[in-house]
Write a new protein. Sequence first.
Length: 257
Amino acid sequence: MIQAMLWDVDGTLAETERDGHRIAFNQAFAAAGVPWRWSEGRYGELLAVAGGRERLLHDMQSQAMAPAAAHERSTLAARLHQLKNQHYAAIVSRGELPLRPGVAALLKDCREATTRLAVVTTTSRCNVVALLARHLGAGWAAQFAAVICAEDAPRKKPDPQAYELALQRLAVPAHATVAIEDSPAGVEAARRAQVPVVRTRSHYFPASGAAPVLASGPSLGEVSGWHPQVEFPAKRVTLAQIALWHAAAAAARAAPH
C-alpha cells in the first residue's frame, strides 16, 4: 500500500528548469547589468551543479568579467539568485509555467485515495510557493503533509537528506512511499533513503538512467513509452498503475533467490 507520494519539483511538477529558472536567470543578469546569458545548452551543462547559487559560482569560474575575489563572487551570486527568484515568481504568476501533463490528475488521485502528499525538493521555498499557489490555489499547503525545501535540507540531491527529513515528518516507512523524480540526482537521493521511485523523464533529463526504479517513462500524461508498460486501463499514469508497479517490486524483493 502506498501511504505517501513524494514529489520533486523542478522538471517533475513542471519544466521549471528550461521554461522558468533559465529564463529568470537571464532576466536577472540583464537587470543587474551583468553581460552573461545562459543558452538552453549551457544551462543543461550547469544542471550538473546542484543549487542556483552554486551554479552561478561555478559559471563565474569561466566568466572573464567575474569578480576576482571569492567574497565578491559570493555577494554577486547571492544578489543574482535573489533577483532570479523574483523574476521566476513573475513568470509563474503570468501563467507561463504550466504543470506537466498528468501531474494535476495524479495529485487528484492521491487526494481522493487519501494517499498523503509531500514536496521533496532542494529548490528555494519561495519558488515552490509561487508554483503551487498558482496551480493549486492559495490554500495549496493544506494539501501536503510535508513540504521539504532548500531551507530545510541544505545538502543538495543526490544527498538523501531531503527524503530522510520527509520520511521523519510523515512518520511512514520508506517502502510505503513512492517518489516522483526526473533527474539522476533526484533518483539517487530517493534510493539512498530507500524510497521507491517512478521516473518521469524531462527536457534536460531525457534518458531513463541506469539506476533501478519502479518505472520510467516520458510523461505522467501518457501511457506509451513506459518501462514496465502501463497495464491499468487509462489514458495516463494513475495512482492505481503506480500501485501495481509498487506491488510488483515488493513481490520481487520478497521472492526467494
